[in-house]
Structures are given as C-alpha cells and as structure tokens.
Design a protein around this ligand. Sequence first.
Ligand code: ATP
Ligand code: MG
Length: 478
Amino acid sequence: MRETPWPPQQHPCHPEQGPAPSTYHAAAPSGPSSLTLVWPDTVTRVFSVLLRHHFQAYAVGGWVRDAFLGRSSHDVDIATDARPDQVLPLFSRTVATGLRHGTVTVLPEPGETGPPVEVTTFREDIGYSDRRHPDQVRFTRQLEADLARRDLTLNAMAMDVHGRLTDPFGGLQDLRQRRLRAVGDPSARFAEDGLRILRTLRLAAELDFTIESQTRAAMIRHAALLQHVSRERIGLELQRIAAANWLNIVADLAEGPYLMVLPEPLPQLRRGWQECERRSAGLRLHRPLPFNWLDCEPQPRQQARAWQQTAASLAVWGWAAKVPPSQLVAFCRLLAWPQRWGRWAAAVATAMSDDCTFWPEQVWRRQLYQESEQHVWASCQLLDYWCGGGGRTSVYRQHAARQPLRRLSDLAINGRDLLQLGLTGTAVGKVLAALAEAVLSGVVPNEPDALLAAVPLATRWTAQAVKREDLEHGRNHA
Ligand code: ATP
Ligand code: MG
C-alpha cells in the first residue's frame, strides 16, 4: 500500500489529544495552489470517537475526490474497521441504514453543522450473481481491501483525520490527469455491477474528465448489463448527466450502446445527440450549455430551478431528434422523472420547433401570458445558443416590454370587483378570463375603469359561449 503524506506540514493534532480541528490548510497536490479542507462538525466527532476507541477511521469516496477538486460534496462517507454492532453504541443519534452492508448513519447533534455521516465497516463484496448487488459482504480489517471493491480509482482513495492520503490504485494521478479509470480489471468490475457504467458516464459529464481507453472498452462491452439496473436508478444518473454538461459525453452517448437498453423513445433521443453534435458542427461542444442562465428574465422572481435545467436538456434532445412532445412525457415516465418535467420539456421543445421569429404580434401576446412565457423564454435562449446570435432573445425582450398582461392576477380588477357588481359562482372566473382575453387582443386596456365598463359585454359574451357549449354538448348526446 502506498501512503502519500498529505498535507505535508505538521499534523495539527493527534487522535489521543482529542478531536481534530475542523479546518486544515494544506498545499493541494493538484488543481488550485492551496486548498482549505473543512471537516464538517459531525465528521470531526465521528473521527474523534472512533479513534478514541482504537478503531481505524478514514474519509472515503466522493468526499475525498471532491476535496481535491475543490468541489463541495453533499455527503461524507467514513470507513472503519469497527463492525456496525460496535459503531451503534458509540453514538446517541444513529440510523441503522444498512447493517447487512455495514452502514450506520450518524446524525448531527443539535447545533452541529454538516450532513449526516455514513459510517461503513471495511468490507469485501463477494459474488454478483444479479449483476448489480454483491451476494455476500465480508467485513475486514484491511482498508485496502475495502478500497479495492470501489468503482473508479479516484473514488478509491482514503484520507485519515490528519489529511494523509491512502491511494493504492493511483487515484490522485488519474485525478491530476483528469481521467476516469476502473479499479483493477475494468471488464470484471463492470461485469459485477452495470450501474458502474452509468456512474462513470455521469462523473465524466460532471467533471469533464476523459474515460481511460480500457475502461471505456469494458463499458461498451458490458452495456447490455444496464438492463439489470432499475429504471429509477438509470433515471437518477441520467438526470445528473442532464443537469451537468451532457455535451462532455455526447460522443459516448451517441456512439455507445448505453441507451439501447431502454425501449422507445430512447433510440430517437440517441439520434438527437448525434443531431445536436451535427448542428453545432463541433463548435460549441467545448462550451458548457447555457442552462444556468435559464433565469426566466424578465421575471426575476421566477428563478429557474435545477429540474428545469434537466428538463431543458431533454427539450434540446427532443427538438433536435424531432421527437413528438408526447414522447418526452413518456420518456419521463419511463425514467421515473416527475411528469411535470416532461410537460415542461415538451412545451419548450414545441416552442423551439415553432420558431418565434415568425410569430405575429397577437401570437406573441398569447405566448407571453401565464405559464407559456417561461417556455417561450427558454426556447429563445436555447435556439440562440444552437443557432448562434442573440436574435430570438432580443425579439422576446421587445415583446415582453410591451406585453399588456402576464397573468390573470395582474388584471386591474379582480373577482371581488365582479362580486360587487352582482356576479356569482363560476361566472366570476369566466368573465375575468374573457376580460383578460380582451386585454390580450388589444380591445380593452388593462385599466380599472375600462375593464369595469367592459363587464356587461364580457358577461353576455361568456353566457353565449356557455349556451353554445351546451348546444354542442346536447348535439353530441342526441
Ligand atoms: P456522489 O456522492 O457525488 O454521487 P460518490 O462517488 O460519493 O459521488 P456515492 O454513491 O456517495 O457516490 O458512493 C460513495 C462511494 O462508494 C463512491 O465514491 C465509491 O467509492 C463507492 N461506490 C458507490 N457506488 C458504487 C458501485 N456501484 N460500485 C463500486 N463502488 C461504489
Ligand atoms: Mg457521495
């Protein structure tokens, strides 16, 4: 086992002297010239308690990787030689997350900062007959055996409380070279668990790292094993790929067989990736997609949420591949993504296909009303991105600046005003909608007096519409 002293300066504390300090300032081995390592409070306590009881304790996995990359990690895993039944009595607030697999979650004490910490016993995984989960796990006292069961070299490093790194598979070197490489024999590792294929693609998208050639060859060879991974899990990884920069892996996705494991409409989306690449002529593939500026301007109160960025990714694929919008909704259902993501993506893809450059004023007014406004804004940004220039977003801004009404609640009169005029029941909502329509058509200005004067006409109009509906309804039933 190779032990890399890190950080190189004097270690700030010894386990016997009580808890480690929360912050280390250390020379980073790669990336930025200096790195501040911050152990969350709960992690400091977990280290301290385990070491005081003469157990080994190491931060492992994504937290170590992300610390070197200067990324903040959302979860912290601690590996130890203590068995779960030895860990449980050491902490007052725990969850027995997966005792069979050796995992106990230690919850923060009141006032502590940081997320819950997963404490997992060093283990070896034996047999993967379902191509996804180990048949059996065997607890061990060897850190290196535990690291050997992990997927990628940069996820197979361990750091002790002093910041010293244990790196038996050259993860740090791979990290420096921005390379994803399987631990041990890549073919055997992907044959054990197909999910590792998607985890590797997802990390390539998130970190913009390349996939080492033998690792990639093994991923392609074993792509069919993705059929053993649940749809939910595939959906989760694809969601993270979409939310990161999937262009980093567009060639892998377009050429690789990964997506063929799912039924329609994925093969179409696969062509969509190729089409995106063709349309951009390779020019923009090295730039991150602009989804972080999907900021719903000019309505800053409507910040784009993370899911909208994922849905925007889907919209681009759908638009490029000419996938019917209903299939985008089906795609979300297939991957257990919320249905509204699919509806949002379908609406944006539809707006992209129906290029706003050619819309007359009246169409703009309706498109900038209610929900559709954000779909149109997203479509303008995405089209400008793909086709170059800022034409559509600037046309959008011009129309948005003179839009008479954004939503029903912006109407200069409301339901109470109509109740005072003697309207009741469903007529109130219908008349308000008719008045909004009149404002959008430019027939009535959005001003209280003008709207109140238009109420009798709007009431007659809605009553006639109801009558027409009833007649049609009667005809249909006749
Ligand atoms: P992130 O938390 O950003 O999703 P991560 O690498 O920390 O990335 P986790 O799911 O938190 O992912 O897993 C923690 C560690 O457990 C990983 O870094 C890796 O060492 C190991 N691991 C997770 N899933 C697998 C797997 N399917 N096969 C092998 N090792 C795995
Ligand atoms: Mg993690």
